[in-house]
Write a protein that binds this ligand. Structure first.
Ligand SMILES: [Zn+2]
Length: 139
């Protein structure tokens, strides 16, 4: 029977920056619908492991504020936000190209020096950005 299960590459803990503590049901639903299923598909096409960079998918608002941030990040999954995820792998170019062509993410931001890519659904059209010494540049 196990061979009939759909393939899965991730565990819930990978999507949670805070390992312990309650996660609201609406956030869990969004993680599965807008990130987990999307990333399983991308991972299959990529053929090599993808890591949720620093477990940075859901970051509770209180956690963000403790870090000295505004608490308004897409990573907090607040209100109408579908959330955000940071990804890294051994072939960032291939990952970036797959996210661009084969994922529903609308905003994809490359942090070249830090070797991860941030993905979320903000905006109404697909936009790609890269971090440069002079700030963000649209690609
Ligand atoms: Zn991010």
């Amino acid at each position: 029977m196990l061979e009939l299960l759909p393939i899965n590459y991730f565990s819930l803990e990978e999507f949670l920056i805070v390992a312990k503590g309650p996660v609201p049901n609406d956030v869990l639903n969004k993680i599965v619908r807008y990130h987990w299923l999307v990333l399983n598909d991308i991972r299959t096409k990529l053929g090599i492991p993808i890591r949720i960079s620093a477990n940075s998918c859901y970051r509770p608002r209180q956690y963000e504020i403790k870090q000295g941030r505004s608490g308004k990040s897409e990573h907090t999954f607040s209100d109408d936000s579908w959330g955000a995820v940071d990804l890294t792998c051994a072939d960032m170019n291939k990952l970036f190209n797959l996210l661009k062509s084969d994922s529903p993410y609308r905003r994809i931001c490359v942090y070249k020096e830090k070797n991860f890519v941030h993905c979320d659904y903000k905006g109404n059209e697909k936009k790609l950005f890269i971090n440069t010494p002079n700030g963000w540049k649209e690609m």
